[in-house]
Design a protein around this ligand. Structure first.
Ligand code: NI
Length: 166
């Protein structure tokens, strides 16, 4: 196992639509194990594969319950309910947090590392991390959900930071 460098805002891989995994193999298992180690080292509660430069539909998360690290392969959101404001951050935009509105409860269907179907359903941190990671796989970032005017200012700040202007 190894920790991998986490791609930061501005890296084009974060905006890519990731390709589905079409079969479990040693390569996929190795990526997942490295992603889990990278997530815990960061530290973070979720990580999508494109955040470590692998544009495949893979994510890992730990919703800080007694189940520990879990894997989502080819996850799909199959149901959402309600609306909820929650403070979110992202390992690809370190040190920044925003109040983000998303559905309160979500149900996600995915495969685990054995290729078996798994379903996760929840609200709070679990619901939030599931939605955040699935969005990454379609090139989504939490800042996309900010109100337009706020988003414009945040994008300007992040671009200036990347250019070394701040
Ligand atoms: Ni993120």
């Amino acid at each position: 196992m190894a920790t991998l460098p986490i791609r930061k805002f501005g890296d084009p891989v974060l905006r890519m639509t990731s390709k589905p995994v079409d079969g479990m193999d040693e390569g996929i298992r190795a990526v997942v194990h490295d992603m889990i180690e990278t997530m815990y080292a960061a530290p973070g509660v979720g990580l999508a594969a494109n955040q470590v430069g692998v544009a495949r539909r893979i994510a890992v998360f730990d919703a800080q319950d007694d189940l520990g690290a879990r894997v989502l392969i080819n996850p799909v959101i199959v149901d959402t309910e309600g609306s909820y404001v929650y403070e979110e951050g992202c390992l690809s935009i370190p040190g920044r947090y925003w109040e983000i509105t998303r559905p309160a409860k979500v149900t996600v269907r995915a495969l685990d590392l054995d290729g078996a179907e798994v379903v996760y359903s929840g609200d709070g941190l679990l619901g939030r991390v599931l939605q955040h990671e699935v969005a990454h796989l379609d090139g989504g970032l939490l800042i996309d959900l900010l109100p337009k005017r706020v988003r414009k200012n945040v994008l300007q700040e992040l671009r200036d930071e990347n250019l070394g202007l701040r």
